[in-house]
Design a binder for this molecule. Structure first.
Ligand code: BGC
Length: 261
């Protein structure tokens, strides 16, 4: 379906589970070669490598902390050493800490910003330098969230990081557009992933979240992966600096449904 992706090389941060994992498997269906980054879930990453090979792609799992320059360099090196180059870089790794803002420690704040925002900067920087040096085009996909736009009390560090990812995406899209390097973001809403496992195991909380989605359902990681494959491919060749919301309408002020307000 996306023939131009055949044999292309992607790095996916946080690829051992959730949305990153679904993107890796979707890319494998296009016969891509994928560097699966994981932080601590080696078993998940090994399983993803197997799934990718079964799906027709190729993969290698690499442990790295994306909030360090050495970490992202290891991912780039793995792409070059194993698969001979780099075409797509997906900054997906993320985490969240819930706490009233006045109680958040500086350490917690820094951790969320480091992984969700600085990690995106470092990933972009590694990919940009590679493509500029090789004088070749590339596609970067940053995992944002509906919370790049929707305030989220008790998740200030996360919302702040995602707001940063939005402007980082737009700024670098503009800066590198002359080099045919495209930078876009995906903004998932409520998706069935490990980050939400505890919340969604509670039926009342699950239903409450579901009621905030105009399409009245929680999304699947594959819904996000379907957008990530399009943004990686030539079919989006004139698209840069945009955020694609994959949220069942969650970001559309659902409380106004039916003409309320
Ligand atoms: C968060 C989820 C949350 C969703 C909608 C996502 O960015 O990771 O935990 O359910 O936004 O609020």
């Amino acid at each position: 379906m996306f023939e131009d992706l055949n044999q292309k090389v992607a790095v996916i941060t946080g690829g051992s589970k959730g949305i990153g994992n679904a993107i890796a498997i979707r890319y494998a269906q296009e016969k891509m070669k994928v560097v699966i980054n994981y932080h601590s879930d080696q078993a998940g990453a090994d399983k993803a490598v197997e799934q990718i090979k079964e799906a027709g792609g190729d993969a290698v799992a690499v442990q790295a902390d994306v909030s360090t320059e050495a970490g992202v360099q290891a991912l780039l090196d793995a792409a070059i050493d194993n698969f001979g180059g780099l075409d797509v870089w997906v900054n997906n790794a993320g985490m969240e800490i819930q706490r009233p803002t006045h109680e958040v420690s500086l350490e917690e704040w820094n951790k969320v910003i480091d992984i969700n925002m600085t990690g995106v900067f470092l990933g972009e920087k590694a990919a940009l330098n590679y493509w500029l040096d090789k004088k070749q085009p590339g596609a970067i996909i940053n995992m944002s969230s509906v919370h790049q736009q929707i305030p989220w009390p008790t998740f200030a560090s996360y919302a702040t990081a995602k707001g940063g990812v939005k402007l980082l995406t737009e700024t670098t899209a503009m800066e590198y557009a002359p080099h045919n390097i495209r930078v876009n973001a995906l903004a998932p809403g409520a998706i069935n992933t490990p980050i939400n496992a505890k919340k969604f195991a509670d039926k009342a909380q699950y239903e409450q979240t579901r009621s905030m989605v105009p399409m009245a359902k929680i999304g699947d990681p594959e819904d996000v992966a379907d957008a990530a494959v399009w943004l990686a491919s030539n079919q989006s060749k004139y698209v840069t600096g945009t955020t694609m919301f994959v949220d069942g309408g969650m970001s559309l002020y659902p409380s106004f449904q039916g003409g309320k307000g």
